[in-house]
Design a protein around this ligand. Sequence first.
Ligand code: FAD
Length: 535
Amino acid sequence: MRTPILIVGAGPVGLALAGDLGWRGIPCLLIEKTDGAITQPKMDLVGVRTMEFCRRWGIDDWVRASPYPRDYRQDYVWVSAVTGYEFGREPFPTLDDERCPPQSPEKRERCPQDMFDPILARFARSFPHVTLRYGAELVGFDQDGDGVRARVATSTGEEIIDANYLIGTDGAASTVRGALDIAMSGNPALTYTTNAIFRCPDFNALHDKGEFYRFIIIRPEGTFATIVAINGRDRFRFSIVGNEEKRSYGESEIRAAIVTAMGRDFDFEILSIMPWVRRELVADRYGKGRVFIAGDAAHLTSPTGGFGMNMGIQDAVDLSWKLEAMLKGWGGPRLLDSYEIERRPVAIRNVREASGNLKRMLQPRAAKPPPEAFAPGAAGDAARAEFGRAYTEMMKREWFSIGIHLGYRYEGSPLIVADGTPEPPDEVMDYLPTARPGHRAPHAWLKDGRSTLDLFGRGFVLLRFGNNPPDAAALIPAAQAAHLPLEIIDIPEPAIAALYEKCLVLVRPDGHVAWRGDFLPPDPSQLIATIRGSS
Ligand SMILES: Cc1cc2nc3c(=O)[nH]c(=O)nc-3n(C[C@H](O)[C@H](O)[C@H](O)COP(=O)(O)OP(=O)(O)OC[C@H]3O[C@@H](n4cnc5c(N)ncnc54)[C@H](O)[C@@H]3O)c2cc1C
């Protein structure tokens, strides 16, 4: 069997890659060793950049139509127990009431993995040239300069699949990463954590805190556990946060811990238990030869912040158009090298930020709340208010991280032509849109009601601004000579011209700015050579 691209692992990142390749008209085969059933939904925050990709793919409405209730409040609440004292909260509206930030035509969504993976799978399957095969496990592969030969175990025996490229989106224990002998650097064990999914249909009737997305339970000895309303209805994810010491819990201990977190006994059913290790690791390399890794195969992060899958989908989007370019013949010999150069620094930045979030969440272990904060009466109220104010303030950085989702940039990438402007600060809680090369091309509403982002995705787009835009015709033969897909679009709106700052802005298929200037460079073919990785 032969496929241009073999993707290994149908988690959200493999599914997104298969979908994006399919959307580009590139045939691919995605194999997954399990039957695809999800008993422990991990991710549930679909970040704003991922929603922008979903918009590009035409599936943003599918996410909004997922079964997660759109009228369910999303408050984060810190308590001594669910039925105990409240220290503070960060109120969040329902999904329907939350507004898009001004920097994007989309907003983050809540859509847990057992709802999001099927949406991505449906998207990938909508292309006849994309095949998804469950019950097929990669057991090994060889590669040479011409291709990759994969050995795949199925219920009927072992099969050989030949591919031009193989992409490992096979998660934390990646077979592909292991076979490439790629090490990971960082901290291999931040905490030994245990998650349990439990069902309790009337949970919110049993306490006085109202609808919530997450409880953080802080006891006199410090931060102890979290409870997340995983589907906004009857299922909850309880996590014993744990620490650096390895510790496993039996079901009766977990049951007792859930009762402790609740502050009273109640009826609930434990559906599944998953011990896991929280790590801060980034792969030293993102691929070798014709084989690449993406998603959790390439980086492992504390979930604090909700970055893991979102940055994995960014990996997929970065890699996908480069694979298309190679298969269609317009990618240069160094195009695929830029994948690691662009994406690895983003992973290092994000895993560090996530560990910082974890440290802040666990801070009450170091600076314990005063004993009065757990006592009734006016003195207790005052102590709770004081501790709660400080904790609420400290935790905002985790809840409001638009800079992480939209502000990543590809500084120093060999595909990006720097324009000499200084790199703006990389903020977490703020994101100042900029069309500086390497950054995400900013969103603005066009006169016809579309977003500028709706112009990007397929090939390169040269935006020309102003009523009398500079002549850019010389770029067309240079692009044609290299078979590089290029479209020129004029935008007369002065406000968008001001946002993009230069009269000409060249945007890549992934929506990042490759080059900008007020007139074309003297040798347009050199510009084309740089952006396609052949200079
Ligand atoms: C509690 C928790 C909450 C989280 N919340 C968020 C969140 O809100 N937002 C966010 O962005 N991230 C979140 N994350 C992280 C997120 O879940 C992961 O980053 C994401 O699932 C990674 O996706 P992936 O596709 O790379 O890998 P995975 O989801 O691990 O999928 C890998 C797939 O590969 C398959 N596979 C493995 N080996 C083989 C093989 N040899 N052959 C064939 N198939 C194979 C596996 O069966 C699996 O299906 C959270 C994580 C946890 C633990």
